[in-house]
Each structure stands twice: as structure tokens, then as C-alpha cells.
Design a binder for this molecule. Structure first.
Ligand code: FPP
Length: 231
């Protein structure tokens, strides 16, 4: 039995730094190139009827990078939102952000809130951007909120728990893609990827494109998803 088209694709966009290094360029240049790929992949996903696309932009662990790189990335996220928001609205994309907001600076938080508000009626594609995101922190936050809401042990099941995650309302990813050849999950969507298919490519994020996404989807379609059963 082959799988049908993936409804939700989650991507670990990795390899901007290596792409730049191979060309003797600064890491910043690699990230700028990475943004171009991101735009291409968002547009293409909408075009081919992917319903949910979730992108790992900045992990809760990425603060360990040099201060200069972190501030470059935050400025890049800000300027990308400023530049792309109208286009996303026009393309009927609904944008959501997951991750701990309180760790982010005021200027980026304002942009995130504004982008979510302005795109809330988007119907074509739900684009979730993980920013200051950590899968374990998400689970800890869910537990804290269950306790705050005085949900009893008897009431807690997988469905209830899922509703307390940042991704509440979004189906679990069918396919997780990681670029640049690393075989790890890096604290990404730990709960949600329980049954996701994994696709890892050596292609670095700035070199990833529509053809590479097609390749990943083709591979996904050839998989036999059993969800624990035997057929
Ligand atoms: C991975 O490359 C990329 C990141 C840490 C995040 C930045 C992502 C972008 C700039 C893409 C655009 C995203 C949005 C939402 C506008 P790396 O630095 O980990 O590469 P390396 O592992 O080769 O050093």
C-alpha cells in the first residue's frame, strides 16, 4: 500500500553555514540565501496543495551561537516578515509561530503577532514557523498549562494532551525533511512526529528547491505507513 500525498510537511532547514563556507562566504550570506529557498518552498508548497508546512527557523538551543549571528538572524527574520507579509496575505497563507514568545525581543514579537493577526483567515496553506522552539520545552509548557487549568489525571489522554501543545489544531506531520545530511531530530516536534516519515537529504538548505521537494514527496509516496499495524 503506498501512501497518498502528504498533507503536512515539516522541514529542518539545515546547512546555510556549510553552504557559505564551501564558497568562502560569511555565514550571514548563507542565511540570506536560505531565506530565498524558504520563500521558494513556501510558494511551491501552496502551489502543489500541501495544506500545512512547518519550518524550523530558530531553536531554543540556537541562542548558544555567537551573539553576532543570533542578532543577524533576528534582524533577518524581522526584515523577512516586513518584506513578505503582504505577499503571504495575497497568497492566502495563514502564518503561525510556535515557540516561547517571552524569550524573543519586543520588535520580533510585535511582528509575529501582527503577522498572525493579518493572515488569520488564510485558507490555502498553514505556514508554521518554529522560532525559539524546543520540543521538550513545548511538552513542559503543555504540562504546566494542564495543571493550571486543573485538568485531572482521568481527563488526560493523547487527544487532550495534543490540544495543549503549541501546534494544537494542526495535524501531525506526515513527512519530516532534514537537509544537509544530519541524522537527528534536534528537539523538533518531538510529540508530533511519532509516526512521521523521515527524509534526509545531503542537499544544503540554500540549494534545496522545488525539484528536491518533489523528490522527497515521491519518496514519501513509496513508503508503506503502517502506524504500528502489519499491513
Ligand atoms: C540552518 O543553517 C539554518 C538556521 C539555523 C536557521 C535560519 C534559517 C533561515 C535563515 C531560513 C529562513 C527562515 C525564515 C523563517 C525566514 P545552519 O546555520 O545550522 O547551517 P550549518 O549547520 O551548515 O552551520
Amino acid at each position: 500500500m503506498s501512501s497518498s500525498y502528504p498533507e503536512h510537511i515539516a522541514i529542518i532547514m539545515d546547512g546555510n553555514g556549510r553552504w557559505a563556507k564551501q564558497r568562502n562566504l560569511s555565514r550571514s550570506k548563507g542565511h540570506k540565501e536560505g531565506v530565498k529557498t524558504t520563500k521558494k518552498i513556501i510558494e511551491y508548497s501552496a502551489k502543489i496543495d500541501i495544506k500545512y508546512l512547518t519550518l524550523y527557523a530558530f531553536s531554543a538551543e540556537n541562542w548558544k551561537r555567537p551573539r553576532r549571528e543570533v542578532s543577524f538572524l533576528m534582524n533577518l527574520f524581522n526584515s523577512t516578515i516586513d518584506r513578505e507579509l503582504d505577499d503571504l496575505i495575497e497568497k492566502n497563507v495563514k502564518v503561525k509561530f510556535i515557540g516561547r514568545r517571552e524569550g524573543l525581543g519586543g520588535s520580533i514579537r510585535r511582528r509575529i503577532e501582527n503577522a498572525e493577526k493579518k493572515t488569520k483567515d488564510g485558507k490555502k496553506l498553514v505556514l508554521t514557523v518554529a522560532l525559539n522552539y524546543g520540543g521538550r520545552k513545548e511538552i513542559v509548557d503543555a504540562v504546566k498549562n494542564l495543571i493550571k487549568d486543573e485538568i485531572s489525571a482521568e481527563q488526560i489522554d493523547e487527544e487532550t494532551f495534543s490540544k495543549y501543545l503549541y501546534t494544537s489544531g494542526t495535524p501531525d506531520p506526515d513527512l519530516v525533511i532534514r537537509t544537509s545530511g544530519e541524522y537527528r531530530i534536534s528537539n523538533y516536534l518531538l510529540w508530533q512526529i511519532a509516526y512521521s516519515e523521515l527524509y534526509i537529504t545531503d542537499v544544503l538548505w540554500p540549494d534545496f528547491d522545488e525539484k528536491e521537494l518533489d523528490r522527497a514527496i515521491k519518496d514519501y509516496k513509496s513508503r508503506n505507513r503502517r502506524f504500528g499495524s502489519i499491513n
